[in-house]
Design a protein around this ligand. Structure first.
Ligand SMILES: [Ca+2]
Ligand SMILES: [Ca+2]
Ligand SMILES: [Ca+2]
Length: 279
């Protein structure tokens, strides 16, 4: 299977205050099984097989039977020379329903190393349509955050973001997202996710932090009493809205705690503009 990899250049993205219905953040401690995790990572990160498709390889979908492909001596010779470049013996194992060949590698190698071997073979043999590692594919990244199951809007096929599919392509690495909102509260599931930030509220009555503009974007709360925001306005509890939005974007993910974030490898720049009664 072929995969596209993309890199996202560092960007400063502006995110206006908007909630995509994330569950509230919750920090729960749960120790992941590191040994099993390491084994699985090794299984996923290595392979001892390569898929080689020659241009004249015929698909045999209808009457597929595993077979040792009839590879000419010339092809075998080129294949072996490519393997020698990487210090491994290569042996044709069997064909596939799509007309490709599975090649056994003498030892397990890192997937990236097998990819390099595949490129070597492609460069040496113009008859090769493609060559690639026969690797364990992970269908979709599913984070282990205990409340991920509640975040149906991330993965549900019809109405959800299908973030679980998108995560195989990008997770927000290198991106700083400015959250222009009520500021931020420290939270275990957001530890290390905030960078910089600023408090832009000039009106001290709205600011509720005792001053005007300052470089501390932490959120002192925006609770109000009845009538505080104009006649007829009701009392309200603090929304902690900026922290909620930050969590939706970049909550620490696959950390066995709380929820998952949509772009969990992104960082949040908290920009405080909303205080009591708005902003
Ligand atoms: Ca202030
Ligand atoms: Ca402040
Ligand atoms: Ca989490």
């Amino acid at each position: 299977m072929r995969k596209m990899h993309s890199t996202t250049p560092p960007l400063l993205k502006i995110c206006v205050a908007a909630v995509i219905g994330a569950s509230p953040l919750l920090a729960l401690a749960a120790a992941p099984d590191m040994s099993a995790q390491g084994e699985a990572q090794m299984l996923i990160g290595q392979t001892d097989r390569m898929i080689v498709k020659y241009k004249d390889g015929k698909s045999a979908r209808k009457h597929f039977r595993a077979h040792v492909p009839s590879m000419s001596e010339l092809r075998m010779a080129i294949l072996k020379r490519a393997g020698q470049q990487f210090g491994v013996a290569l042996k044709a194992l069997h064909g596939t329903s799509t007309g490709a060949n599975i090649v056994q590698i003498g030892r397990r190698m890192a997937v990236a190393e097998v990819a390099a071997l595949a490129r070597e073979l492609e460069a040496r043999d113009p008859d090769v349509e493609y060559a690639e590692p026969d690797r364990i594919m992970v269908a979709q990244f599913t984070p282990n955050d205990p409340r991920y199951g509640e975040q149906w809007h991330y993965f549900e096929n019809t109405g959800g973001l299908r973030a679980n599919v998108a995560w195989d392509v990008a997770t927000g690495s290198g991106v700083n997202v400015a959250v222009i909102d009520t500021g931020y509260r420290p939270h275990a599931d957001l530890a290390g996710q905030f960078v910089g930030g600023y408090d832009f509220i000039t009106d001290t009555a709205l600011a509720a932090d005792g001053n005007g503009r300052d470089s501390d974007a932490s959120d002192p709360g925006d609770s109000t009493i009845s009538g505080q925001c104009g006649s007829g306005s009701g009392a309200s509890n603090s929304s902690w809205h900026g922290t909620h939005v930050a969590g939706t974007i970049a909550a620490r993910t696959n950390n066995g705690a709380g929820v998952a974030g949509v772009a969990f490898n992104a960082k949040i720049v908290p920009v405080r503009v909303l205080g009591k009664c708005g902003g």
